[in-house]
Design a protein. Sequence first.
Length: 321
Amino acid sequence: MTALLQLDRVSVEIGGVQLLQDLSLSLERGQILGLVGESGSGKSLTALTALGLLPLIGGRVSAGTISFDGVDIATLGEKGRRALRGRRIGFVTQNPMTALDPVQKIGAQIDIVSRQHLGLDRRSARARTIDLMTQLRIPEAAAVAEAYPHQLSGGMKQRVVIAMALAGDPEMIVADEPTTALDVTVQAQIVQILANLVQKRNLGLMLITHDMGVVAQICDRVAVLYAGRLAEERSVGSVFAAPAHPYTSALINCIPQENMAAGSLTGIRGQVPSASDYPEGCRFHPRCAAADARCRSERPLPHQLQTDGVVACHHPFGGLA
C-alpha cells in the first residue's frame, strides 16, 4: 500500500546551509506520526518541506524525494502545490494567537477555505463552517462565527485554526505544536479532538510537539529529530519501553513523573548545535555520556532494527543491541 506521505532521504538547504540531511519518514492514513526534538532539531522545517512551502522562506530540497499519495511534490509547479495545500493537506500553525487575521470575522476566515477548495457558495460555505465549529465543540458556533479573533480565548482560537485546516476536507493534517500556548486542561481537549478526527475521518496526522507526554498519549509512531538528522523512528510503544537512541532516552527522562522528589528532574546538558557549526560524526556526541572515538569521527547511518523501526546510533540500546 502506498504511504500517504513519503520523505525519502530528503536534504534541505537555506542560504547554502544544509538544515536537514537524508531524512526518511512515512505517514499512513489513519496514523498519527509524532515529530519530537528540541528547538532547532528540524521539526517545523520538516513540516514546511512536506507542505511544499520551502520557496517562501528561501529554501530548497537539495536531495531526495517527497511524495504525497504517490505524486512527487517536487514535480508540481506552485499552482499544483497550492491546489494540494488546503484541499488535500491541512495545516494547523504553531501559534493560534497570531494565526488568524485580526480584522476579519472568524466565520469569513473559515468560509474562504471551503469556497476556494470545494467551490461552495457563500451560504453553503457558512453552513459547513458552523457544522465544523460545532463538531470541534465550539459553543454557539453561529455567534462565534460573527466574532473577531481578539474576542476568543486561546483554546477557542486553536479550535478555529483546526476548523480552517479541516474546511477543505483534507486527507492529511500537519499540526505544528498545536498546544504550545494553551493551559494544560485546554491542551488535553485539543489533543483529544485531533485524535478523534484521525479516527473518524481516517486522516494522516503529522504532529509536531515538544511534549513527550502528548506523544505517548495519542501517537502511533514517533520520529526523533536531532540537529537536522533522524535519530530514531519507531512505534510509540517500543520507544517508551526501550528507547534505542541516547537522545530519545534523555528526552523521556525529562518527563515529570508522579511522586517525583523535588530537584530530581534531569535535563539534557548542553544545547542543540548551530547549523553552521555541526560537529563531526554523531551530532549528539558532545552531549552524550556514552560517546566514544567512533561517535566523534564517524556519522551513524540510520539502520533497521530487528524489533521495530530505525535508529542512527553506533551503540543503540546502550550497546546492548
